[in-house]
Design a protein around this ligand. Structure first.
Ligand SMILES: [Zn+2]
Length: 91
């Protein structure tokens, strides 16, 4: 829904919120999967059990969040120090 409104209105704020919600949904699905798997008992392949799946999923979920924290200062700089863009008047 947010994606549709963001694309329709061209609002970067709404598109950003849509990306945020999508990321949260993916994180929730990965967490649900990890909790289910980590509760399984040990088997011949995973002789120490499956508890580490939760740690691995937490690591997976930090990657996109860390990337967004790295890119925020870059975008912040863009707001305060905009680079002149060339454009054509079409004439
Ligand atoms: Zn297993």
């Amino acid at each position: 829904m947010k994606i549709v409104v963001g694309v329709t209105t061209g609002s970067l704020g709404i598109l950003s919120e849509a990306a945020h919600s999508t990321l949260d949904l993916v994180a929730a699905v990965v967490t649900l999967w990890a909790v289910r798997v980590s509760g399984k008992p040990a088997d011949p392949v995973h002789t120490y059990g499956h508890a580490k799946f939760e740690n691995i999923s937490a690591l997976f979920e930090t990657v996109p969040r860390t990337k967004s924290k790295v890119t925020i200062p870059r975008h912040w700089r863009r707001v305060w120090c905009p680079v002149a863009q060339s454009y054509s008047s079409g004439l």
